[in-house]
Design a protein around this ligand. Structure first.
Ligand SMILES: [Zn+2]
Length: 327
C-alpha cells in the first residue's frame, strides 16, 4: 500500500492507495509551519492512517509527497517551499529514514497533474494527453502523456503563469507586464482588489455581480487570463483535455462559464481558434478532489523499486507504474 501526501500552505491531504490505484483511506489536517512542523504533520498522518487501517507503518511500501516548491526529478528534496516556511528539506532523510519507507517528492502541481490524469481515465476511455492547469495563488500547469509526466529539459514545462499576454497589462511580481498570472492568479487578484476579506476572488465575483466596475474589470481579466492559459497550453502541447483545478476553481461554474464565454468570443473572431474547439476540451476538477495526493502516491511508487531500465517505447503503455512514473 502506497502513501500519498499533498502538503499545502493550509492543509495536508493524505491518502492510502491500493494495488488498483484506488484510494482506500484519506485524512486531512492543518499543515504546521516550518520544516520540523511539516515533518511532524506528515509523520503523524502516517501513524493515523496506519491505525485506521489496523496495520504497521512499515507495511506501507512507498511514500510520495507533493509540495509547492522546487523538486529535482526523482529526488526527495524540496527547495523554496515559501508558503510552508521551508527553505530546503530532505524528506528522504526526515521521513523515509525515520519510518523505514522509501520517499519521493514532487512539485504539487506536477503531482496533481498525474493524479488528475489517473482520475480522468476512470470509467471511460483515457485520453492519451492531458494538461492540468492549477489556478491557485499562482498559475502553473503540468503535462501528462500516457500517465507519464512531461517536465521538459529543465523542469519548466507548464510554467505558463509567466507568459505575457498583454504588454500593457498589469505588472506581475516577476517584473513583466500582462503575465497570465497577473490576470488570473489568486494572489495578484487579492493584491489588486486590496480588501481585507477571507476569499478575495469570491468577493470580486460578488461585487462584480452587484455592478462594481473595478470588480467587473478584475473578473473579466481573470476570464481572459485563464482562457489565454488554455490557448497557450493547447497551441503548444495540443493536449486532448485541459483539467482546471486549484483554489480559484472553488467558484465552479461561476468562473468556468466566464472562461467558456471568453473562449467562445475568441472562436467567433477566428476560424482557426474555432477549429481547435477549446471550450470542449476544458474540464473542472471536482471540489475537494484528492488528485494531488493520489498523484503523489503514484509518483512515490517509483521509489519502491531499484532503478529499472527504461521500457522500450512499445512496452511503455502497458508497463507497470514503477516504470511509468519513474523520473
Ligand atoms: Zn510574471
Amino acid at each position: 500500500m502506497r502513501l500519498g501526501f499533498d502538503v499545502g500552505g493550509t492543509k495536508t491531504d493524505a491518502v492510502v492507495v491500493g494495488a488498483g490505484d484506488e484510494i482506500v483511506a484519506r485524512v486531512r489536517r492543518p499543515t504546521g509551519w516550518g520544516a520540523p512542523e511539516v515533518v511532524r504533520t506528515i509523520t503523524e498522518l502516517v501513524d493515523e492512517l496506519a491505525a485506521s487501517l489496523g496495520i504497521q507503518r512499515s507495511q506501507f511500501t512507498s511514500i510520495g509527497i507533493g509540495m509547492p516548491g522546487q523538486v529535482a526529478p526523482g529526488s526527495a528534496t524540496v527547495a523554496h517551499a515559501v508558503n510552508l516556511g521551508v527553505d530546503e528539506l530532505d524528506l528522504g532523510e526526515a521521513i523515509g529514514m525515520a519510518l523505514g519507507v522509501p520517499v519521493r517528492a514532487e512539485n504539487d502541481v506536477k503531482a496533481a497533474a498525474v493524479g488528475a490524469y489517473a482520475l480522468h481515465g476512470m470509467g471511460r476511455a483515457r485520453a492519451d494527453t492531458m494538461a492540468y492547469l492549477n489556478l491557485g495563488t499562482g498559475i502553473a500547469a503540468g503535462f501528462v502523456k500516457g500517465g507519464r509526466l512531461w517536465r521538459g529539459a529543465r523542469g519548466t514545462a507548464g510554467e505558463v503563469g509567466h507568459i505575457s499576454v498583454d504588454p500593457n497589462g498589469p505588472l506581475c511580481r516577476c517584473g513583466q507586464r500582462g503575465c497570465i498570472e497577473a490576470f488570473c492568479g489568486g494572489g495578484a487578484i487579492a493584491e489588486r482588489w486590496n480588501r481585507a476579506v477571507a476569499l478575495p476572488v469570491l468577493d470580486v465575483f460578488d461585487a462584480a455581480d452587484a455592478g462594481d466596475p473595478a470588480a467587473i474589470a478584475l473578473r473579466d481579466g481573470l476570464a481572459y487570463g485563464v482562457a489565454s492559459a488554455i490557448r497557450v497550453i493547447v497551441l503548444s502541447g495540443d493536449v486532448e483535455t485541459v483539467v482546471l483545478g486549484g483554489g480559484v476553481t472553488a467558484l465552479g461554474d461561476r468562473m468556468l462559464s466566464r472562461v467558456v464565454d471568453e473562449l467562445a468570443a475568441g472562436a467567433a473572431a477566428s476560424p482557426f481558434l474555432k477549429s481547435l474547439r477549446l471550450a470542449e476540451r476544458v474540464e473542472l476538477l471536482p471540489p475537494g478532489s484528492p488528485a494531488a495526493a493520489l498523484g503523489a502516491a503514484l509518483i512515490g511508487a517509483a521509489a519502491e523499486a531499484p532503478v529499472a531500465p527504461e521500457p522500450r517505447s512499445s512496452d511503455r503503455q502497458r508497463s507497470d507504474r514503477k516504470a511509468v512514473f519513474h523520473g
